[in-house]
Design a protein around this ligand. Sequence first.
Ligand SMILES: C[S@@+](CC[C@H](N)C(=O)[O-])C[C@H]1O[C@@H](n2cnc3c(N)ncnc32)[C@H](O)[C@@H]1O
Length: 310
Amino acid sequence: MAVLRTADEIRDVNTRYHDVAAAGYDSKWGIDFGPVGQAQVIGKLRKALGSSCSALEHGFDRSLEVGAGTGYFSLNLLRAGVVQEATCTDISPGMVRTLQANAERLGVKVETGRADAESLPFADGSFDLVLGHAVLHHLPDLGQAFNEFHRVLVPGGWVVFAGEPSRFGDRLAAFPKRGANAMAPLWRRALRAAPLPPPAPSANGSTNGDDHRLEEVVDIHAFVPGELERFARAAGFTDIRVRGEELLANWFGWFNRALEASANPDDVPMLWRQYAFHGYLLLQRVDRRLLEPRLPPAIFYNLLLAARRS
Ligand SMILES: C[S@@+](CC[C@H](N)C(=O)[O-])C[C@H]1O[C@@H](n2cnc3c(N)ncnc32)[C@H](O)[C@@H]1O
């Protein structure tokens, strides 16, 4: 795999990788648009903003999500009534199409468009919330991106990001992945699951597998909390808060996902998928109640950032 050198290459690989990922994205990551999904995104928003912040109680009139993917955050926030009007953008046309299809299926009205988070096609002061989930770590020029988030916000508006990998948490996640890879043949035998078949070539000679392998190279950052804070401060934000979330839940999640990724998806029983999903939710609660209030943000797998445009 060639080393990525330019910002344009990084954007191009992100677009291609996420175009391929779009169709199976919701089932791969267990994305839910019902009460469970709504509770999750509201919980993350509350954690990022802090329980004393009144913004969440009043809700937001106009939000912009960057790197919105299939709509996990915005569609859930719209359905829960936390956001009145949402605009969702993404660099991947495939993701934008999937998001639009999800919105139609759910009967939710949303504006969508293709946009690079570093160059937003909106007038100054257009939104009172700019948000994103698991997107900052894909952006080549974070300084420019934060300038754009600041520019399109009204004075007093909030920026919120969640699901950004922490550098320490990312290193720790390598252990469950390695453990799962070692155990995968035994696990498949126990579940009578066949190994993942080799990818079929497409018309242009590439394979889905080529694009799936791009996963290794689209993640270009893992952060320490102070870095995120510095980007926000340099763009002019105030009231900056960085929090950490998920430790046990992430080890459990990575372990199970690595096992599942080794098998033919049709052979993974529903019972196993239920166990993995509900186990993850249970450990999220353990993290939230016991670990997150006591340990420093840098320890956790995910970082959350909230800041205000003054
Ligand atoms: C890990 S996915 C997260 C999707 C969604 N936010 C979620 O949480 O399900 C990252 C998303 O960021 C998008 N992305 C990557 N680089 C981007 C860029 N420069 N500008 C806008 N979106 C980008 C990808 O296309 C992808 O949809």
